[in-house]
Ligand binder design. Sequence first.
Ligand code: ZN
Length: 430
Amino acid sequence: MGKSFMPKIRIERELRRFQLEGLQWTVNHVYKNSDFYRKQFDEAGVKPKHIRSLKDISKLPFTTAKDLQEGYPFPLRSAPFEKIVRIHASSGTTGKRKVLCYTQKDINDWANMFARCYEMAGLTAKDRVQIAVGYGVWTAGVGFQLGVERLGAMAIPIGPGNIDMQCQFLEDFQSTVLCATASMVLLMGEEIEKRGLKGKIALKKVIMGSERSSDAMRTKMKELLGVDHVFDITGLTELYGPGTGIDCAHHEGIHFWADYYILEILNPETLQPVEPGETGEMVVTTLRKEASPLVRYRTRDLTRIIPKRCSCGSILPMHDRLLGRSDDMFIIRAVNVYPGQIDHILSNTKGVGSEYQIHLNRKEDGKDYMTIKVERLEGGDPSGDMALVNTIEEEIKKQILVSGKVEIVDYGSLPRSERKSKRVFDHREI
Ligand code: ZN
């Protein structure tokens, strides 16, 4: 056995004590070294000495994407420039990019977290890891590579696209692990089938990040590539980058590194904690980050805690896959609904495609109604529509606790968009 990157902590009480120490270190550090955070804390009337227990985290002010954009080019910076060894930035689709600074210790911590991901997925120094995610100012490629090297496995850095080279490397270098986005993995799977390479490659595992994916997609990946496991890696640029959590071989949820950051799941409206197991917004506070620490950073990503210990026995807690963004939330009959929850149900229903629309109406009775239009699968038989409608309506009621009417429409009848499609159409008068 080589070096392990798992925490040495064995009991939950110890983990909580470790978190409190990290939280106290962080609030002291940012109060002392960041003008931004000191101002935030002063405005909220909170001093580092007020943080005496983990519950006191609720006294701390939130940090948002807007704070990062307004602080451009070096937002949240809490270390002097001579200690900063690198920056990364988000791709920045709207407004300014979010730029994050790293000290050497931050880079080391990130490498350890990433090596832990690979260890969690069962990789060893014998593995050969083909990295087909992007290299550049964003955190993806370099993070995947750092982790491979820290683990002691062999990195094969290619970047995305370049299908010919990908296939050649899979065959010539006998790569055992492929890291890519879900759509890239599917594309590779189809190519490998087309080229008849399945018997000539040695892939055992796929690690994918940064895109939502369904169980149906996973099954297809396993079939096409002949791999045993497909793992979901999580992370965001603000929080080091990818590598801050992954599922283990039991696939019961995504283990996250509670010894590096605190994850709160809050109701995005009230900003109060939801019940364990309920869906809410992920809010993260780092425990060791030096250059750009996060204090109650609102990620806008939605998930839920899986309120049980994983069968693997790890002390590291789990959250569910991401269920979309809190900005997209709507309220119907006093229930908060996230399009991602509907998406999740549809993507796990056989017979329907990936295009759908959610329509909200208020009828004469004064009540709100939700109708979901979803396309039948290409070439699907309309005689199965009734059964599909029943299945989906039941699942919605069971999982979201609200009723919805489902309409199956012909394949290709809903508009396509190159960009993110509009899903929710609210026709209610406000
Ligand atoms: Zn596990």
